[in-house]
Design a binder for this molecule. Structure first.
Ligand SMILES: Cc1ncc(C[n+]2csc(CCOP(=O)(O)OP(=O)(O)O)c2C)c(N)n1
Length: 892
């Protein structure tokens, strides 16, 4: 539509545009036109012009100027406490819109909210060019309008008591850092100085969240200011922090550096109690993000917080890490997905305008490190860290937004870094001019104290008392530690973790994981029942019929059915089951069909959710196409849901290395570093089936290499019954250790890889499956799918003098069970480990390192593919030949 400013009909045109799409117009016009709506909701006919054309043109120019403030004001807002110039966009001038100073005092209609253009500009300058840079252009129109309404009204000022509280928190943040540097000269603390307002910000966030009904706050953050946050936000006693500086560790405890440790505490607020947790995290920046969200989601599920308003996640990011690390994008992408929502995260960027020695111009191609958050339409506020009053208001607005819309919001706290990257680092080698500015900056508390003193909110004496009171506390706690030096005892397992254990596997009894046959049959029938009128996909009829035949014991169980029965039996016994992964509902190999989709409406139906009244929830979600973010989330979930069966499935095991950080930094080492347990299960399809270098290997060798002190469990089961018992065992034993399962692909439909119902009804997971062959000339030991190929080969060759034993659990190594399985064979009988993986991969090197050519007195060697840098060949023909040669070699 042509809109000529001066045209007679421009108003009508504007109104017609409004009728087509109200959000295509600037807000004043929208408000104006909506006021024309009749009371019964009908709209007026397009009006005849009520304004003189010249007046209309003027108003449109004004509307454009207003829009420029809203969209470009942030570019010139005074967000940098170092006061470096930020050029003012031309669009923020009268000329740019054909206005001139004579227009300043022209009256404006009431919809503009100001009597004249002059008054309007004053307001807009204050809102958009003050200490907050506001970016809303990418936000959903209704949400942006809601925010703008609050932003363009006069900003409330914190009351005197609140302002004194902000000042005190700011002061304590500074004193704490100075104290640490004085007492522990040369220690790395990654001080918050230059960004001290992070502390009042987070403290107020907890308080305000409590006022809005939040009862659980989970924080995730990196090194910067972390000790300060531990002390002042997470409620970690000062004494404990100082004790950690003494670096006396309890016997046998690997531990971690103090600025990686987490903490949690119950805190009283005037609005009720709040539990505040700071997640443990490794050095790997931003990787704690999905872990934090997973933890919160688990808490919300536990408390039945369906609206996800009673728990809040706060993620504190470094400016360079926020835009640099891809895990940030993965985490943001989870924010709106049904399987991962947590009702919105408050993101705080602790923006010191540097990443170690790297400048923003070197770390981002965009304008701000927060640009990444635009992908989810999150409102973004860049706040000058010295502007405490504005910060307080924006925080309240941000949390109100989060509670109202259930979405993420970003608060970019712009400050500086008073010292080097750490306290021993010299920043002027690389940023001398910036540090010349920083050297002139008074501590932020002094800046704020001046404001408050000027307004009579605080007196010099009160300030002195605040300062001295806190210093005394620091000294007293410090003296306590010096007087009684001793190790910091890691927190034991309490709360929901009471009753669960880590430590050595052998100290925890095995569990009977069988389920009575009648119960299994009943569950199978329930798994095949459909709601009235459900239009099943014609090809799935057979799938359900087969399960009924299994219920009648006319057909043995396949892999997917054993899994469904493990889930179902655990759910009816009260254990939540949560499985996510790419295409997890149907299953990559079309085996699972956990959801059946109505053939006409597409509506999903999950029989596992309709087993019986009172069952625990079973949730299975297709994940987005990421591994790291999703695995991190599920790991976090497992930290706060020890009684559940929490599983993540890789599409193919190969892709697990995308998430390697979570395996190395969390799954494998969290117990040793942080005394934190997880019972997370990883399902990793593994096996060489001629599909090329990828789609073949879940890198079994890497998990085995990580195994130490019983930190993990690595299994490669060969039967559906084994898988069933393994999953149930994971929940039924009080031991909580991550379980890595090499899962099948071809075996899912292998006629021999089946189990009679009987095997699920009784017994338990067998770590080793033995075989007694009289007069055996050798024993083949193997794991996983190659077992079935060896069986077939033995039949083909008639090699009845060869025994085949299966190592179903690879770590913790089942010494006793294997010894027992080998006991029928004389010591001279050689044992050959047969693996299809190249010899430098798979389990061989791990076994070799353990047994060095002799296993419990038997000669021990390997049959494997020759060493290879790649897991498998690209040609299925070559693969077949290799496999054939491998099997032949095994029996030679
Ligand atoms: C994944 C990862 N890569 C590299 C590092 C090393 N490193 C530690 S701090 C840092 C700079 C971080 O800058 P920023 O995110 O701006 O936070 P700041 O330290 O300035 O608060 C780097 C590169 C790391 N810890 N993690």
């Amino acid at each position: 539509m042509e809109l000529t400013l001066e045209s007679q009909g421009y108003l009508e045109a504007l109104y017609r545009a409004y009728l087509e799409d109200p959000f295509a117009l600037p807000e004043e016009w929208r408000r104006y036109f909506s006021s024309l709506t009749l009371e019964d909701g009908r709209r007026r006919e397009a009006p005849s012009p009520t304004l003189a054309p010249e007046e209309g043109a003027f108003l449109l120019k004004v509307a454009r100027l207003v829009e420029a403030y809203r969209t470009q004001g942030h570019l010139a807002a005074q967000i940098d406490p170092l006061g470096r110039p930020r050029p003012r966009p031309r669009a923020l001038s009268l000329e740019a819109h054909g206005l001139d100073p004579a227009d300043l005092d022209r009256p404006l209609p009431p919809t503009f909210g100001a009597p004249t253009l002059r008054a309007l500009l004053e307001r807009l300058e204050a809102v958009y060019l003050g200490p907050v840079g506001i970016e809303l252009a990418h936000v959903e129109p209704e949400e942006a309008e809601w925010l703008r309404e609050a932003l363009e009204a006069p900003w409330p000022k914190p009351d005197p008591e609140t302002r004194r509280r902000l000042l005190e928190a700011l002061l304590q943040a500074s004193l704490f850092e100075e104290f640490l540097q004085k007492k522990y000269l040369g220690a790395k603390t990654f001080s918050a100085e230059g960004l001290e307002s992070l502390i009042p910000l987070l403290k107020e966030a907890v308080l305000e969240a409590a006022r809005l009904g939040v009862r659980e706050v989970v924080l995730g953050m990196a090194h910067r200011g972390r000790l300060n946050v531990l002390a002042h936000v997470a409620g970690k006693p000062l004494e404990r922090i100082f004790r950690e500086f003494e670096e006396i560790f309890p016997e046998g405890y690997a531990g971690d550096v103090k600025y990686h440790l987490g903490f949690s505490s119950d805190q009283e607020t005037p609005y009720g109690p709040v539990h505040v947790s700071l997640a443990f995290n490794p050095s790997h920046l931003e990787f704690v993000n999905p872990v934090t969200l997973g933890r919160l989601r688990a808490k919300q599920d536990r408390f039945g917080d369906r609206e996800r308003k009673k728990g809040l996640a706060i993620l504190v990011h470094g400016d360079s890490a926020f835009i640099g690390e891809g895990i940030v994008q993965e985490t943001l992408n989870l924010s709106g997905l049904p399987g991962y929502r947590v009702g919105g995260t408050l993101h705080v960027v602790a923006n010191n305008q540097l990443g170690f020695t790297t400048l923003p111009s070197e770390y981002t191609s965009g304008r701000y490190p927060t640009d990444i958050a635009k992908m989810i339409g999150a409102p973004i506020f860049h706040v000058n860290a010295e502007a405490l009053d504005a910060l307080w208001f924006i925080l309240r607005l941000a949390l109100a937004y989060r509670q109202r819309f259930g979405k993420d919001v970003v608060l970019d706290l712009v400050g500086y870094r008073r010292r080097g990257h750490n306290e021993t680092d010299e920043p002027t080698f690389t940023q001398a001019p910036m540090y010349a500015l920083i050297a002139k900056k008074p501590e932020p508390w002094k800046v704020y104290a001046e404001v408050l003193k000027g307004e009579g909110v605080v007196t010099e004496e009160a300030l002195k008392a605040m300062r001295e009171g806190y210093l005394e506390r620091l000294e007293a706690e410090f003296a306590r530690v010096k007087a009684e030096p001793g190790p910091v005892i890691p927190h034991g397992l309490s709360g929901i973790w009471k009753g669960y254990v880590g430590g050595p596997d052998r100290l925890v009894p095995e569990a009977d994981t069988g389920v009575p046959k009648e119960r299994l049959k009943d569950l199978l029938r329930r798994l095949t029942a459909l709601p009235e009128g459900f239009r099943l996909h014609p090809k799935l009829k057979r799938f359900l019929e087969a399960r009924l035949e299994m219920a009648e014991e006319r057909r043995p169980l396949d892999w997917a059915t054993a899994e469904a029965l493990a889930f179902a039996s655990l759910a009816v016994e009260g254990h939540r089951v949560r499985l996510t992964g790419q295409d997890a509902l149907r299953g990559t190999f079309t085996q699972r069909h956990a959801a059946l989709f109505d053939y006409e409406t597409g509506a999903p139906y999950l029989p596992l959710q309709h087993l019986e009244a009172g069952q625990a929830e079973v949730e299975i979600h297709n994940s987005p196409l990421s591994e790291a973010g999703v695995l991190g989330f599920e790991y976090g979930y497992s930290l706060d849901y020890p009684e559940g069966l929490i599983l993540w499935e890789a599409q193919f095991g190969d892709f697990v290395n995308v998430a390697q950080v979570y395996i190395d930094q969390f799954l494998a080492s969290a117990e040793a570093k942080w005394n934190r347990l997880s019972g997370l299960v990883l399902l990793l399809p593994h096996g060489l089936e001629g599909q090329g270098p990828e789609h073949s290997s879940a890198r079994l060798e890497r998990f085995l290499q990580l195994g130490a002190q019983d930190n993990l469990q690595v299994a490669y089961p060969t039967t559906p019954a084994q898988y069933f018992h393994l999953l149930r065992r994971q929940v039924k034993r009080p031991l909580r250790k991550p379980l890595i399962v090499m899962t099948p692909k071809g075996l899912l439909r292998h006629p021999e890889a089946v189990s009679p119902l009987e095997e699920l009804a009784s017994g338990r997971f067998q770590k080793v499956i033995g075989e007694k062959v009289k007069g055996a000339r050798k024993v083949l030991l193997t794991s996983g799918k190659v077992y079935y190929e060896l069986l077939a080969k033995r039949r083909e060759l008639g090699a009845e003098d060869v025994a085949i034993l299966r190592l179903e659990l690879l770590y913790p190594f089942p010494e006793e069970e294997l010894k027992e399985a080998l006991s029928p064979y004389p010591k001279k009988t050689p044992v050959v480990y047969v693996q299809e993986e190249p010899v430098n991969q798979g389990a061989w090197w791990y076994l070799q390192a353990r047994f060095c050519g002799e296993i419990f007195g038997h000669p021990f060697r390997v049959v494997a593919r020759p060493e290879s840098p790649s897991p498998a060949v690209g040609s299925s023909k070559v693969h077949k030949k290799e496999q054939e040669a491998l099997l032949e070699e095994a029996f030679r």
